[in-house]
Design a protein around this ligand. Structure first.
Ligand code: NAI
Ligand code: UGA
Length: 483
């Protein structure tokens, strides 16, 4: 029986391995992690991540051919194929701080693989890594491995999106496998291809060289994020001119060369990867002496930051230039719908902006806990991807004074001056906004950072409405949008 071990039981390692186990009953899959609570979560009825459809997949194969364990050394030692799916955050200090990928976790995983391996292994980069990481890993394994043990490194980046991870894994647009162009390298690519080929059509499995595979992942995320920054840049111009960004995006996306997806204007993109991977790309370009290329991609991040601060400025300037002491309801804190993940969510920057202007913020999100919100709002940039014990937690008193996390949208809006919609949860489309309006101070404002409400209907109720990239209310027309 082929044995697979995956190091890292996170948003990628957990779902990816669960689907491999489901689709390949003859393969034993063990997911290992140094985090005991995470592994305990995977072995419990309440999985550590919220992902539609995942419970069902895990229930079908856990204990059959899918296992979660903290016995990292034993399972890595036993495996034929070792996936490495550890976090690769942005460096917070030292050379390349704020841009370069921090490969500490990756390197320690690679050294551990070398230490415990007594049989040949295929080592698969699942984490998103800088181009040429495979070369560094090869060196670590070659210099530290036991005599006679051979390693083949493959790059097999993951393209799933949170919230749709299970369906993305069931029917991927493509599976990318990069390997060495040697007999051993080609055999390793074949072995991994055979795993995916059990459910992915052959023409969707692409084999490339190692560096193309590594770079394709960074490039794909950069292209996706660039589409959002493009439409968000246009959204600012829509507000200035009276155009409607939804209509513009629809018209632009009808061009088959452009396509309709991923053109929804928003308060900004979030998530653990877009910013991190683009910064990483920027750093790599700078290292290779390509400042113009680096500058081009850096603008994608700059527009994203601009979009978030533009939103905060809209809120504050509309409300007579101050939100001090005013209650602002925040609907949605996760970085997108159908996930409880808050890493790099635009809600953090928006809430911090409002708190900086002394607002009292009342947050409702169907999947995010108060503890998580407190942690996020107290954190420095990039700290979220480092161990929990190194992260500051906002004191209970500070939290109680300015931030409340409440169990539903109506409670968030009670006695509020404004509502900000920051995540596009489906339930926000069907709320009883009249009921909310009646319970709010007047004028009652609504700021829709995700275009989930119908501005005309809410204006009829009596709200002053701002929606990203939509024609402005008279109220907002003369207010400055950007500081
Ligand atoms: N989150 C996402 O949707 C996607 C993430 N990626 C990439 O996949 C990688 C992993 O991302 P996530 O799963 O989101 O991260 P995560 O933080 O959820 O999971 C990483 C796990 O690795 C564990 N870990 C770290 N060092 C370890 C070690 N030496 N031994 C054993 N376990 C160790 C951590 O305890 C953690 O549970 C990153 O490189 C990310 O860029 C790629 C595609 C999608
Ligand atoms: O490498 C990764 O981590 C993953 O990053 C993204 O996936 P994810 O971040 O989970 O979610 P997306 O659906 O891409 O959304 C990212 C952010 O962009 C925002 N977004 C998305 C689409 C859009 O049209 N407008 C928009 O503002 C979302 O609300 C969210 O905040 C990519 O879509 C995945 O292919 C990739 O594997």
């Amino acid at each position: 029986m082929v044995k697979i071990c995956c190091i890292g039981a996170g948003y990628v390692g957990g779902p990816t391995m669960a689907v491999i186990a489901l689709k390949c009953p003859s393969i034993e899959v063990v997911v290992v992690d140094i985090s005991e609570p995470r592994i305990a979560g995977w072995n419990s009825e309440r999985l550590p991540i919220y992902e539609p459809g995942l419970d069902d997949v895990v229930r079908q194969c856990r204990g059959r051919n899918l296992f979660f364990s903290t016995e990292v050394h034993r399972h890595v030692g036993d495996a034929d194929i070792v996936f490495v799916s550890v976090n690769t955050p942005t460096k917070t200090c030292g050379l390349g701080a704020g841009k370069a990928a921090d490969l500490t976790y990756w390197e320690s995983a690679a050294r551990m693989i070398a230490d415990v391996s007594r049989s040949d292994k295929i080592v698969v980069e699942k984490s998103t890594v800088p181009v040429k990481t495979a070369e560094a890993i090869e060196k670590i394994l070659a210099h530290n491995g036991a005599r006679g043990v051979r390693f083949q490194i493959l790059s097999n980046p993951e393209f799933l999106a949170e919230g749709t991870a299970v369906q993305d894994l069931f029917a991927p647009d493509r599976v990318l496998i990069g390997g060495r162009d040697t007999p051993e390298g080609r055999a390793a690519v074949r072995a991994l291809r055979d795993v995916y080929a059990r459910w992915v059509p052959e023409d969707r499995i692409i084999a490339t060289n190692l560096w193309s595979a590594e770079l394709s992942k960074l490039a794909a995320n950069a292209f996706l994020a660039q589409r959002i920054s493009s439409v968000n840049a246009i959204s600012a111009l829509c507000e200035a001119t009276g155009a409607d960004v939804t209509q513009v995006a629809h018209s632009v996306g009808k061009d088959a060369r452009i396509g309709p997806r991923f053109l929804a204007a928003s308060v900004g993109f979030g998530g653990s990867c877009f910013q991190k991977d683009i910064l990483n790309l920027v750093y790599i370009c700078e290292c290779y002496g390509l400042p113009e290329v680096a500058g081009y991609w850096r603008e994608v991040i700059r527009i994203n930051d601009y979009q978030k601060s533009r939103f905060v400025n809209r809120v504050v300037s509309s409300m007579f230039n101050t939100v001090a002491g005013k209650k602002v309801a925040v609907l949605g804190f996760a970085f997108k719908k159908d996930t409880g993940d808050t890493r790099e969510t635009p809600a953090i920057d928006v809430c911090k902006g409002l708190l900086g202007d002394k607002a009292v913020v009342s947050i409702y999100d169907p999947q995010v806990t108060g503890e998580q919100v407190a942690r996020d709002l107290a954190m420095n940039k990039f700290d979220w991807d480092h161990p929990r014990h190194l992260q500051p937690v906002m004191s209970a008193t500070d939290l109680a004074k300015q931030v409340a996390v409440v169990p539903d949208a109506y409670e968030a809006a009670r006695d509020a001056h404004a509502v900000c919609i920051l995540t596009e949860w489906d339930e926000f489309r069907t709320l009883d906004y009249k009921r909310m309006f009646d319970a709010m101070h007047k004028p009652a404002f609504i700021f829709d950072g995700r275009n989930v409400i119908d501005p005309a209907k809410l204006r009829d109720i009596g709200f002053v409405v701002y929606a990203i990239g939509k024609p402005l209310d008279d109220w907002l027309k003369d207010m400055p949008a950007v500081a």
